[in-house]
Design a protein around this ligand. Structure first.
Ligand SMILES: C[S@@+](CC[C@H](N)C(=O)[O-])C[C@H]1O[C@@H](n2cnc3c(N)ncnc32)[C@H](O)[C@@H]1O
Length: 298
């Protein structure tokens, strides 16, 4: 579980300020997937960031169900679907924990009926062993299990911000270090390297990790230098709004209702000290370390 499930979590701000995923990633999934495309489930879907992209960019599944343990997130996802009436007709949403597929019909549940299960930027919050067993019980033989996400951000053209981001994210005194739900956040930091897929349940595992050293070494950082390139051009002010979607920030704010200055304001001020040529309205490129794990159900 995580702070995202709190009823006062701002799911709309989450949808507006979180990054989405690049076409190149959906191309990878498209190429990896084999066989029928009747039903996909996107667990931990939040406000539907990846669910709607799966519908738009894979454009081949008859039905896609997004599920999330948080009613607030599912409500947000449903209202986005309603705002786009006539679009995304194949998409629906259910409140459900990722470790259960009880929202499926009785003939489908635990009966290897799904063609694909995705878990995007969320599997670190799950009981992972329970989740992979439930996924294997519900995926058809050869069905795709696709997990992906992103962790620490960096600004390719402003390397002095790296250490400020690390301090904000992990420092126990001056950052969010002690405000993260654990072990989830530590699992995310290691980009799921310690979440192992059971070889009795899955085969043909493919993994990718994309780090700042590799991305910065490419000449054309702006043009998708790696297959799963998480990047956005945003103002520093918008980056600050992104920071406010962090579960660690949600906890910090609850514990410091009377703080003189918001912790994210302090962080932006420090960036402006290091790079005085920037302002809150300057547009900068931000990238994220990213990773994926794909596998097929046995
Ligand atoms: C960081 S958000 C990711 C949302 C979305 N997949 C995306 O790519 O932006 C993590 C989501 O996982 C959900 N979550 C956490 N634990 C869960 C669980 N055990 N079962 C289902 N959803 C869960 C949270 O409610 C939250 O919406």
């Amino acid at each position: 579980m995580s702070q995202f499930s709190a009823t006062d979590f701002d799911a709309k701000a989450y949808f507006n300020n979180r990054p989405s995923y690049p076409d190149s990633l959906y191309d990878l999934i498209d190429q990896y997937h084999r066989g029928s495309r009747k039903l996909a489930v996107d667990v931990g879907c939040g406000p539907g960031v990846a669910t709607f992209q799966l519908a738009a960019r894979l454009n081949s599944f008859d039905k896609i169900i997004g599920t999330d343990v948080s009613n607030t997130m599912v409500e947000r996802a449903r209202s986005r679907k309603n705002d786009n009436s006539g679009k995304y007709t194949q998409v629906s949403f259910e409140v459900s924990s990722a470790e259960s597929f009880s929202f499926l019909s009785t003939s489908q549940i635990d009966n290897k009926s799904l063609d694909m299960i995705t878990a995007v930027e969320c599997a670190h919050w799950f009981d992972f062993d329970k989740f992979q067993r439930a996924a294997a019980a519900n995926l058809r033989k050869g069905g795709t299990f696709a997990i992906w996400g992103y962790s620490d951000a960096f600004f390719p053209e402003y390397p002095k911000i790296d250490s400020l981001i690390m301090e904000l994210t992990y420092d126990e005194e001056h950052g969010f270090g002690k405000y993260w739900d654990q072990p989830g956040h530590t699992i995310l930091r290691s980009m799921y390297r310690d979440l192992h897929l059971d070889s009795n349940l899955f085969t043909d595992v493919q993994v990718g990790y994309f780090m700042e050293d590799e991305i910065r070494s490419k000449e054309h950082v702006k043009n998708e230098p790696v297959p799963f390139f998480m990047s956005k051009f945003i103002t520093l002010g918008q980056y600050q709004e992104f920071l406010k979607t962090w579960s660690g920030y949600h906890t910090w704010r609850h514990l410091h209702p009377n703080a003189e200055k918001d912790i994210t304001d302090e962080f932006i001020d420090r960036i402006l000290e290091v790079y005085p040529e920037l302002s809150r309205s300057s547009t900068v490129q931000v990238c994220w370390r990213s990773f994926y794990k794909f596998a097929r159900a046995l």
